[in-house]
Design a protein around this ligand. Structure first.
Ligand SMILES: *Cc1c(COP(=O)(O)O)cnc(C)c1O
Length: 219
């Protein structure tokens, strides 16, 4: 079963509410595939490597919103900032400090999501709930005038056990609702990938990040 990108997208769109934003995760895929999605109306693309994003941005139309979804190293921040619409994967205070510093230099305000470690695996990046509670209670966003905190991002456990993933989404979603009352720039909850996006939407996702269900499996 090798469906076309058009078939995949139309199926996905019939499955999701209009107000859920779709980010097409195009990492590892050739520009020709991105162009196909673009011609079908996609304007939000997600990449996880700075160099790859840069290369693709140079070859693609200018009205695309580029989302960065991968682990970001501090020494890549300077290159990324002028290219990116939203960074989903801010996972440490040292990274926030670097983004603040470089954003100030170019006199911009950069939109970010805080990545929350919600999965069972040790290896996934992100803030703990405890760190985020401190962030909210101590109003730490005020230390970063060149950063707009737009919300939270999470990745569920890498498991076929959908109940486990829904438990994680539920917790994150409830934390998001609480945090939203304190941080008035919070509006986005980025949860849901190819295997779990319908669950994510049930738990309040505003932004889903879909790769393989659009473009096919990656090598
Ligand atoms: C690769 C990736 C996705 C998309 O994964 P699929 O399972 O192919 O939909 C979403 N989010 C992040 C952070 C990723 O790295």
């Amino acid at each position: 079963m090798n469906n076309t990108i058009a078939e995949n997208l139309s199926k996905i769109k019939s499955n999701i509410p209009d107000d859920v934003k779709l980010v097409a995760v195009s990492k590892t895929k050739p520009v020709s595939s991105l162009m196909e999605a673009y011609q079908l109306g996609i304007r939000d693309f997600g990449e996880n490597k700075v160099q790859e994003l840069l290369q693709k941005k140079m070859q693609m139309p200018a009205d695309i919103r580029w989302h960065f979804i991968g682990h970001l190293q501090r020494n890549k921040v300077k290159v990324l900032l002028p290219l990116v619409y939203l960074i989903h994967s801010v996972d440490s205070f040292s990274l926030l400090e670097e983004i603040q510093k470089e954003a100030k230099k170019i006199d911009r305000v950069i939109s970010v999501l805080l990545q929350v470690h919600i999965a069972q695996e040790e290896t996934k990046f992100g803030f703990s709930y405890q760190e985020l509670e401190d962030f909210v209670d101590q109003k730490k966003w005020s230390f970063f005038p060149n950063i707009e905190f737009k919300g939270l991002m999470g990745m569920g456990s890498n498991t076929l056990n959908i109940q486990q993933i829904e438990l994680e989404f539920n917790l994150l979603s409830r934390f998001f609702d609480k945090a939203k009352k304190e941080i008035n720039t919070f509006s986005e909850l980025s949860i849901g990938m190819s295997g779990d996006y319908l669950s994510a939407i049930r738990y309040g996702s505003t932004m889903i990040r879909l790769g393989s269900v659009i473009f096919g499996n990656r090598p």
